[in-house]
Unconditional design. Structure first.
Length: 232
């Protein structure tokens, strides 16, 4: 007889299918295909640096966007690569005191006056884990770059109200003074209505139907495929 005997207890039942969904202010829903927005805004540009908003995608709860930073090498500048500064400091929103000039500051303002920034603003955690924030959130997610460029993704929650949506940027060490650019929030809100949930129910007993959905130039067409019938 072996010293270690296998357990004689029955196997536990299979847990129900559950797809946990994070709170909407933490990021874009994984259960949703957002709709792209035709929006590209060059916020500021000098002889050597440019900052732009690109890659805007609308969801039912918020907006994902990318802040694109580009450096231009001037002929004869041998110190170009060594003098580039990493433009983002994700600890800045928690650090009291004066903002360092090397820090790129980015923010948005809604038509009702509410705003969210990458410094000094509210975080997705609000007043505590799981508590709903009382102000808009602009939180960073993925970022990537190489010599001469950097793209930083952000999640903006909630959707902006109708009217003007203002983007603001400032980067003192690069000679970029506070610059603000207004766009119409209408196209973002229209795109949010086209954002498509993948599964209607994230709990147990989920029944997935076979369907296809195609979005072409702002119009939506649905092609329902017949469900497979069980053999008699």
């Amino acid at each position: 007889m072996s010293f270690f005997e296998p357990p004689s207890l029955p196997e536990p039942p299979e847990p129900p299918l559950e797809i946990p969904e994070p709170e909407p202010w933490f990021g874009a829903s994984h259960n949703e295909l957002g709709a792209p927005v035709l929006l590209r805004v060059v916020l500021a540009r000098t002889d050597q640096v440019a900052v732009a908003v690109v890659g805007v995608t609308a969801y039912t709860a918020g907006v994902s966007l990318t802040l694109a930073v580009r450096w231009r090498r001037v002929s004869g500048d041998e110190n170009f690569y060594s003098e580039q500064e990493f433009p983002f400091d994700f600890r800045a929103r928690w650090r009291p005191g004066e903002l360092p000039p090397e820090l790129l500051r980015f923010g948005v303002q809604f038509s009702d006056g509410r705003k969210a920034t990458t410094v000094g603003g509210e975080t997705p955690f609000g007043d505590g884990m799981g508590q709903r924030p009382t102000r808009p959130i602009l939180s960073e997610s993925r970022g990537s770059g190489s010599e001469g460029e950097w793209d930083q993704d952000y999640w903006l929650w909630p959707l902006p109200p109708p009217g003007a949506l203002t983007f603001a940027v400032e980067w003192p060490s690069k000679g970029l003074e506070l610059t603000m650019h207004e766009v119409d929030a209408g196209p973002i809100l229209e795109a949010a209505e086209l954002s498509e949930p993948l599964w209607p129910d994230s709990g147990s007993g989920l029944r997935m139907s076979s369907s296809q959905s195609t979005i072409v130039l702002g119009s939506v067409s649905h092609e329902e495929l017949p469900e497979h019938e069980e053999p008699a």
